[in-house]
Design a protein around this ligand. Sequence first.
Ligand SMILES: Cc1ncc(COP(=O)(O)O)c(C=O)c1O
Length: 390
Amino acid sequence: MEKLIVNNYGSFDVTFVKSKGSTMWDSTGKKYIDFIAGIGVNCLGHDYKPLVKAISKQAKKQIHISNYYFSDVGACYAIDLLESLGFDRGYFGNSGAEANEAAIKLARKYGQLNGGDKRKSIVTLESSFHGRTLATLTATGQDRFHPDSFAPYPMGFKTIKANDFDSLKNAFDDTTAALFIECIQGEGGVNLIDKEWAMAAAKAARDAGAIVMCDEVQTGVGRTGTFLASDDLEIEPEVVTLAKGIAGGIPMGACLFRGKAKDVFVAGDHQSTFAGNPLACAAAQVVLDTVNKDDFLKDVVNKGDYIRSIIKSWDLPIVKDVRGKGLMIGTQIDAKVKPFDIEVKCLEKGLCTTVAGSDVIRFLPPLTISYNEIDEGLKIFKEVLEEFSK
Ligand SMILES: Cc1ncc(COP(=O)(O)O)c(C=O)c1O
């Protein structure tokens, strides 16, 4: 396979052929519990009937028409999404990085309109992750993502330390266009952002004339138990980006804006051929309607609390911390053990997980995961942690 497709991902030698709920089967018939959901994408699980039905129905009606025209499903979805989240306008795209590119462009233009050429700088957080395009890589606050091989990187980005009030001194001035924060840092190690700090940072940014933008590519669409994680931080961002779970597995992203950011983009400012096509919007409508149903998000909170409390109850010295919110869960492992080795062993035993930061095993299971599947997955996780504790 590597002769055909560059193994950018260091993919494991497993070929999946079938999935249902939060369970997958490989080509040998071996069963796996899915605690990663395609990196937080399959939020309604695999083979979720209303989603499959809506995609099939839309595929028969119309898959793609280009953004030269409006689609009925696209228009309905835009109205429902914006109304339910309290945003004024939006841009649909194809991925998280692309949604963030839109936000970065919007911030730069906002800066120019509200302070001239000097107000172009975007402040992001250390340990953040914003994507793999050149601008989103530069916004990413982790040096390991900035190898010389891809230089030169775009200018106009600055990082500050999250949860550190000293970092807010001199962070923003008349050169700052936006503060851009990931509400819980997923890739960086499932690091929570303190509400008081986030509120102080947002205020300082706004006092300097900047807007506040949240990268909710991973945290959005109910992952943390509220539709947006920024709701919990009470910072009312002018811009929010979404992707991953937004269309339950069909590639899609969105950049939503309101207030001061509402009228920044005009026709021609940002475009993409595939963006928000009818197939993606039909899938996204099912996700939105399902996540907004009574008790869906309460269930996400309960399942996340359940998983964290079970891992804590094992009281294993190898576990240094269990954190996260809703179904975004990080288990910090003793520095003596490589989390990648744990990921490999879990996979061997039939549990899909992933590593985050330098010492964390991350779970992002489907939001619809059953308690039986949780228990099966946790049984494997415990066995693996015990093996590595010896
Ligand atoms: C917070 C965050 N932003 C942006 C991205 C990039 O999204 P994509 O891989 O869809 O381009 C990711 C992907 O992991 C992410 O977690």
